[in-house]
Unconditional design. Structure first.
Length: 335
């Protein structure tokens, strides 16, 4: 994903605009001549999209941290023209603003592009992420968990039931008890980088409770973090988006899920530093002697005063509960 380079803004600040003027220059010199980066006297950043006479205006007051208007402006060396003016009101969103510029310029590259439509589409997408700009980075464990969920989604579910149905089963981000749920089955996804085996952290007594809708399965991934590995979380997310490019509704649902789990595009470069190799993956039956602590193990009920229970399980000695180790062996199970 291309973005506006920092030296563009640095040079604009040095120009020191006065009064109501803006200092402006092309955001992507040599790539596009309709998108400008600009700085006002308060050093707030703007993106200016040049309109043709027939282009419609745009006003947007719904995007948190942004102001969008259409203004008549004169850029040095150019005739006075109308521009869509996108103002970034929150300095913590500067990284995201640079990425928004990259997406806008990508849309403007089409000969039949309609600037107002492109800006509307890009801002509608980023509106979901803007509220996350001040959020801290996801923890290492959260990144591993999200990686495992998306890996299961596109490599195990998708080949069996297709794009739309696979993504619609991803329910964990929206408050469901398990990561994936559908009629007759639920799947909890766990990832570990432990060298001692398939050791997974379980959050609470309910996480591995029997599913009211049918069988409960656990998808286990053992990963290694290696500098020369080829798999990253941002690359996996990019692949998901490419798969959904023809289905805007499901793409929107997927992006909303990313917001719910705390993933922000503004931290994409940082997340890409964690490079992973898959050691093993397997789908387990959560039944019989599967190691778990659930409410039912307390004959007299959960002891009074116990507020929270977390524990670890080791599945290394439970290979007899494995339903599938390979994607092709899971087709009938995951339908």
């Amino acid at each position: 994903m291309i973005r506006i380079e920092s030296d563009i803004w640095d040079n604009l600040v040095k120009a020191s605009p006065e009064g109501g003027n803006l200092s402006a220059r092309l955001a992507f010199p040599g790539i596009a001549n309709r998108l400008y980066a600009a700085i006002d006297v308060e050093k707030r950043r703007h993106l200016l999209v040049l309109l043709n006479p027939e282009d419609s205006i745009l006003l947007d007051t719904q995007s948190r941290g942004l102001k969008v208007n259409t203004r008549e402006l004169k850029i040095l060396g150019k005739e006075s023209s109308r521009y869509i003016d996108i103002e970034c009101c929150d300095p913590s969103g500067h990284d995201a603003f640079d990425l928004i510029g990259g997406e806008i310029v990508g849309g403007l590259s089409s000969v039949d592009s309609v600037p107002s439509d492109i800006v509307t589409h890009v801002l509608a997408k980023w509106r979901r992420f803007w509220g996350q700009m001040q959020r801290q980075l996801m923890t290492r464990e959260e990144q591993l968990g999200l990686f495992a969920e998306l890996w299961f989604l596109i490599n195990w579910l998708l080949p069996t039931i297709g794009h739309k149905a696979a993504f619609e089963r991803w329910r964990g981000p929206f408050g469901a008890r398990n990561d994936f749920e559908w009629t007759g089955c639920s799947v909890e996804v766990k990832a570990t980088t432990s060298h001692r085996g398939l050791i997974h952290h379980i959050n609470g007594l309910e996480q591995l409770e029997d599913s009211a809708e049918g069988r409960l399965l656990l998808f286990s991934m053992q990963l290694r973090e290696e500098g020369g590995a080829s798999l990253t979380l941002p690359a996996l997310i990019k692949k998901c988006k490419q798969l959904l490019i023809a289905d805007p509704d499901v793409l929107s649902m997927f992006e909303s899920g990313l917001v719910q789990v705390g993933y922000s595009l503004a931290h994409e470069d940082e997340y890409a530093k964690m490079r992973l190799r898959i050691i093993q993956e397997a789908l387990f039956r959560v039944e019989a002697d599967f190691p778990r602590i659930i409410t039912g193990v307390f004959s007299a009920g959960v002891p009074v005063g116990v507020e929270k229970v977390e524990y670890e399980i080791n599945l290394s000695a439970f290979s007899h509960l494995i339903l599938a180790k390979k994607i092709e062996d899971s087709a009938e199970i995951l339908k």
